[in-house]
Write a protein that binds this ligand. Structure first.
Ligand code: GLN
Length: 508
């Protein structure tokens, strides 16, 4: 196997997923335990992940230098590359920055790690630090326009370093580089697959005769998670849909349809006005997420007590958390908190429910594939991801009933136009953002000062990286005209052309 050392990068865990996809067993470990894990697991190679800190910072995570003397092939990725010169006599400084796509030029095709790579390709970067001096024995095999030491190798030490991220979907040939490394390690191909039967059995065993309640939003994650639970324990499961007014219109209908086949009637909790009351005056995005998260918990608590009164032994709470939620909420010891997902971070002590999260280790595309395997209708499987806090995080500043109505109206227009143009299936996520900035317009020959809506439409598979959709101009035009004409108070529409990274999917 390959040991993947986690320095806290957003895509660190994705490295082990990619290895498994390529048929290579992998274990995800902390740098503090690296030497110990090496003697325990006897890996055939090591990958050092990216991370949010700078290797020259005082408390930056590090690794025992002895790791480099073991003779094992080592591949460092970004932070995991920078740590090599930091420890072996090179130099890293805060230098030229590259966030998002860059063009990699291979300057030496003879190394085993650059096998089958084209002369140039697009790679995804996410660094602010730069290696200005490589340790002895290292040579450069690839560069980008801005950074000469992007891809380096020490043949003698069997160490490889890339400043870009081969593990992300948008790095062309990233899998080829990982494949080359697996070959260097001499690892034979294994087959990995996600086995729904095993997941269902596991849920059955864990839940026993107890009762489980679960959050369902109509989105694909909770639909897959809830279907697994319904298959495992049937009527011992009470799905709960929180109708807080922040979801898309079709969500409630989807939830009902999913459970019809199981003879389960979901509990629908109507609470839009209370939700908006709690959101009054809240403008900080993190606080907004917290308020919504806490409200969910209050509702589940109430529903739990109602079920207990009916003699149900409620012991578990199901959540459709997936790995991208976990990592953005600071999923590992050295990771940064990007935003708090309401379904990550635990429940209040007194609630005493045990969490069941069957999808916690999976990525969006894996969840979709699993959904297909367990027979979820295609229309659910291909649905756009929709954030737990719903439209609230697509409205910058305060969520008022009036702004929420405008956001929903604009959202519908965007969906309609993408659908009419036949491109909705290619789109990963689309939404308008109420930006809380205002601009002047001339409407009907009179001055008009109104809010600017920003349109975000992205393409991605696993949420970890994304590009903005190159929509045909005519469609952009149509959406823009319809929004300014139909949604009251809007003066202008702009298009978001930011990649992830650095920009996240949602604005808040
Ligand atoms: N924090 C480091 C930098 O900005 C490493 C980033 C990374 O590993 N993606 O250069």
């Amino acid at each position: 196997m390959i040991l993947v050392v986690d320095f806290g990068g957003q895509t660190a865990h994705l490295i082990s997923r990619r290895l498994k996809q390529l048929g290579c067993p992998a274990k995800f470990i902390l740098p503090e335990n690296a030497l110990q894990e090496v003697s325990k697991e006897k890996p055939l190679g090591i990958i050092l992940s990216g991370g949010p800190m700078s290797v020259y910072e005082k408390d930056a995570p590090t690794i025992d230098k002895k790791i480099f003397d073991l003779g094992l092939p080592i591949l460092g990725i970004c932070y995991g590359f920078q740590i090599i010169p930091q420890l072996l006599g090179g130099e890293v400084i805060s230098g030229r920055k590259e966030y998002g796509p860059a063009t990699l030029k291979i300057t030496n095709h003879k190394s085993q790690i650059t096998k089958s790579l084209p002369d140039t390709s697009t790679v995804w970067m996410n660094h602010g630090d730069e290696i200005v001096k490589l340790p002895e024995d290292f040579e450069v095999v690839g560069e980008t326009e801005n950074v000469p030491f992007t891809f380096s190798v020490s043949k003698k030490r069997n160490i490889y370093g890339v400043l870009f991220h081969p593990e992300v979907e948008h790095t062309e040939n990233g899998s080829q580089i990982l494949k080359n490394f697996i070959e260097i390690c001499g690892i034979e191909k294994h087959e990995f697959s996600i086995d729904p039967k095993a997941i269902i059995e596991n849920i059955k065993k864990t839940v026993g005769n107890a009762h489980i309640i679960g959050a369902v939003s109509g989105g694909v994650d909770s639909a897959v998670a809830a279907t697994l639970v319904a298959k495992a324990v049937g009527k011992q499961f009470t799905p709960i849909f929180v109708d807080n007014g922040l979801m898309r219109e079709d969500a409630q209908k989807s939830v009902k349809t999913i459970f019809e086949g199981f003879g389960i009637v979901p509990t629908i909790v109507k609470c839009e006005s209370e939700m908006l009351k709690r959101l009054k005056g809240i403008i900080d995005p993190e606080q907004k997420r917290k308020v919504i998260g806490n409200f969910y918990i209050d509702i589940f608590e109430e529903e739990m007590f109602k079920l207990i009164k009916k003699d149900k032994d409620v012991q578990f709470l199901l959540q459709g958390t997936i790995y991208s939620d976990v990592i953005e909420s600071q999923g590992t010891r050295h990771a940064s908190r990007i935003k708090s997902h309401h379904n990550v971070g635990g429940l209040p002590e007194n609630m005493k429910l045990k969490l069941i999260e069957p999808l916690r280790e999976l990525y969006k595309d894996e969840v979709r594939a699993l959904g297909r395997t367990i027979g979820l209708p295609e229309e659910f499987v291909v649905k756009q991801p929709f954030p737990g806090p719903g439209f609230a995080v697509r409205i910058r500043g305060e969520v008022t009933p009036d702004r929420l109505a405008k956001e929903k109206q604009a959202d519908k227009i965007v969906l309609e136009e993408l659908k009419n143009a036949g491109i909705l299936p290619k789109i990963f996520i689309s939404f308008p953002v109420m930006t809380e900035s205002f601009s002047t317009a001339v409407k009907g020959d009179g001055k008009f000062f109104g809010e600017v809506i920003c349109l975000r439409v992205v393409e991605s598979k696993d949420i970890m990286t994304a590009t903005w959709a190159k929509l045909p101009y005519e469609i952009l035009q149509k959406i823009s005209s319809r929004i300014v004409n139909e949604v009251p108070g809007i003066s202008r529409v702009v298009y978001d052309i930011s990649t992830k990274p650095p920009a996240t999917m949602e604005w808040e």
